[in-house]
Design a protein around this ligand. Structure first.
Ligand SMILES: Cc1cc2nc3c(=O)[nH]c(=O)nc-3n(C[C@H](O)[C@H](O)[C@H](O)COP(=O)(O)OP(=O)(O)OC[C@H]3O[C@@H](n4cnc5c(N)ncnc54)[C@H](O)[C@@H]3O)c2cc1C
Length: 394
């Protein structure tokens, strides 16, 4: 068996890798176990555009800057969001936010998933202290009063005071620790693709609440946008089956041609959408972060921001208790309580909006569009929404 660690993080996606870095900074002996191939650590500035992109909140960007990750991102692959325009399904109601009104330099940054992943693994490699076991699949876990033991597919065993499950929505750690969860299938696909656009996007993130789902166009550097269309599975599959020209025409039409002609630059990919709720994310010597702890509808673009918030909060709680046993259940409960409000609020907002705009009742249709227009005129509510959009980690 390998020597004992303070913490073993299982899952080296965005939240797991950031958590390993933050725990290392807190002075803990950390290992990171990732089932996939390691992300190459070159800058990827010449690579094709990644179809997975994230709207990173200023709070998350500040957290990544503290970890020495943000400075590793190529500025030419980052797009600031200067405003958001949200349209109701009557084609008239509109809600607008701007960075200028909110008194910030930008509302969010659009970053490619692969680029961010590489920057995180680059920081881990250069830091040199986090033991990286990759590729290595966790297949078993035992939890004893004083330690947790992890069993890897290749026969290795690891022991730690604490195991952090950052292994995504289908978390093996959550199952092995027998933490019950509820999984609601939205029967929707999140269809993502990137396009070149004829007119400049002006740094504006655009969203349409439509009868066939929620369509978002997010600005990429230059005259390019990234689309996320959350739509019923059957329609999503039909979009995925279209030849590139037809897909571009369909997306252009759905967005009322506001950016002129569109051309596909990254083929469309679809992700099934679920709401995952876990009532208790900690047990003795184990806790969860990221999608393992909560999965939300992507309409607010906040899933990974919630995950970075978890990573930052867990590291802060463990660091603030110095020499105390970092797997102590009371500490884990403190982390759990600290995150509960943000997670429940985001699940309620995204699930509620999805239900409100997905309902065919015409009276609800009038109410939701009226609500959107009124919110735009009511300063305090709008401020509250902007503050939420700027949140995430921190
Ligand atoms: C269409 C779409 C658009 C989205 N847009 C946004 C957005 O704009 N902004 C935003 O904040 N969020 C967005 N999200 C949400 C975001 O994608 C997720 O919240 C985020 O990727 C979760 O990261 P994670 O690290 O928790 O999990 P994952 O990315 O799932 O990573 C889990 C890792 O664990 C590893 N793993 C799994 N099992 C094991 C095992 N047994 N042993 C070892 N390793 C294992 C996997 O290989 C993987 O690397 C979007 C989601 C969708 C579907």
């Amino acid at each position: 068996m390998d020597s004992p660690f303070d913490v073993v993080v299982v899952g080296g996606g965005l939240t797991g890798a950031s958590c390993a870095l933050a725990l290392d900074r807190a002075g803990l002996a950390v290992a990171l176990v990732e089932g996939g191939e390691p992300a190459p650590t070159n800058g990827r500035v010449d690579a094709d555009w990644d179809s997975r992109i994230y709207a990173i909140s200023p709070g998350s960007a500040a957290f990544l800057a503290e970890l020495g990750v943000w400075s590793r991102l190529a500025p030419t692959r980052l797009a600031p969001v200067s405003a958001m325009h949200i349209r109701g399904d009557d084609g008239i109601s509109e809600l607008r936010f701007s960075a200028y009104e909110a008194g910030v330099a930008q509302l969010a940054w659009i970053v490619e998933s692969g680029h961010l992943q590489h920057a995180l693994w680059d920081a881990l490699a250069q830091g040199g202290r986090v033991a990286r076991l990759c590729p290595a699949q966790v297949t078993g876990l035992t939890l004893a009063p004083k330690e947790a033991r992890l069993f890897l597919q290749d026969g290795r065993e690891l022991s730690a005071r604490l195991v952090v499950g950052a292994d995504g929505a289908r978390s093996r750690i959550r199952a092995l620790a027998q933490l019950p969860f509820r999984d609601k299938d939205y029967h929707q696909l999140g269809v993502v693709a990137n396009f070149a656009c004829a007119r400049p996007h002006g740094g504006i993130a655009r969203q349409w609440f439509r009868e066939d789902g929620i369509l978002a166009w997010l600005p990429l550097p230059g005259n390019r946008i990234s689309m996320v269309w959350s739509t019923p599975t059957q329609h999503g599959e039909a979009l995925l089956g279209l030849p590139p020209d037809e897909l571009a025409a369909r997306v252009e039409q759905a967005g009322a041609g506001v950016l002129g002609r569109l051309e596909v630059i990254t083929p469309a990919v679809g992700f099934p959408l679920h709401l995952i709720q876990v009532d208790r994310i900690s047990a003795s010597r184990v806790t969860l972060i990221g999608d393992a702890a909560h999965q939300v509808h992507p309409l607010a673009g906040q899933g990974v921001n919630l995950g970075f918030g978890d990573a930052q909060c867990l590291a802060q709680v463990l660091a603030s208790h110095g020499a105390r046993d970092c797997g102590d259940f009371l500490l884990l409960r403190r982390y759990e309580r600290a995150r509960k409000e943000d997670v429940i609020a985001m699940q309620a907002v995204t699930d509620g909006l999805k239900a409100l705009f997905g309902h065919p009742n015409p009276l609800l249709g009038v109410l939701r569009n009226l609500g959107l227009s009124l919110t735009g005129r009511l300063g305090p509510i709008k401020q509250l929404l902007v503050r939420h959009a700027l949140g995430g980690a921190g």
